[in-house]
Design a protein around this ligand. Structure first.
Ligand SMILES: *[C@@H]1O[C@H](CO)[C@@H](O)[C@H](O)[C@H]1NC(C)=O
Length: 145
């Protein structure tokens, strides 16, 4: 390999590494929040993961939350995160992010756009903050069973 080619390739690799570290290159960056809003001493266990990323089992007390960010797969886009929720002897499992959730997670204010899915754990079920039109409001998505 000639020296100019080597320098060119090294530079290219560095540029790609910097772009990849700063954010999503060809797709949107999403944030997921899961917050426990049950005001008592019982913690809720939450285990979220996707095919290639395991957020791990977390124990959430009142007003504690888990937050993570990811770039959506370019192909598809097919990124899917699901969580398992354990409250006492009740449990739920469902997708916290999939392709069809995108409109609910699109948040806009005067100056900026955000892509953020926020889930709120309540004593009667799990709600999602709907930001798709007008002022945000909580939608009940799942009941504890
Ligand atoms: C996507 O997630 C939502 C919310 O959990 C769920 O209602 C819906 O069935 C999921 N869509 C698919 C295709 O699994």
């Amino acid at each position: 390999m000639g020296k100019p080619l080597f320098i060119f390739l090294t530079t290219l690799v560095c540029i790609i590494a910097v772009v990849a570290a700063k954010g999503c290159t060809f797709s949107k960056g999403w944030t997921i929040n899961v917050i426990n809003n049950i005001n008592n001493n019982d913690k809720v266990q939450v285990h979220c993961k996707s095919k290639d990323n395991d957020i791990g089992m977390k124990s959430l007390g009142f007003h504690e939350s888990i937050n993570w960010e990811f770039c959506e797969n370019i192909v598809g886009p097919s990124t899917l995160y699901f969580c398992h929720f354990y409250k006492g002897n009740q449990q739920l499992v469902f997708d916290v992010f999939n392709h069809s959730m995108r409109p609910l997670c699109h948040e806009q204010d005067a100056s900026k756009e955000y892509w953020r899915c926020s889930w709120v754990i309540m004593s009667d079920g799990i709600y999602m903050i709907d930001r798709s039109n007008g002022p945000e409001h909580n939608n009940k998505m799942y009941s504890w069973n």
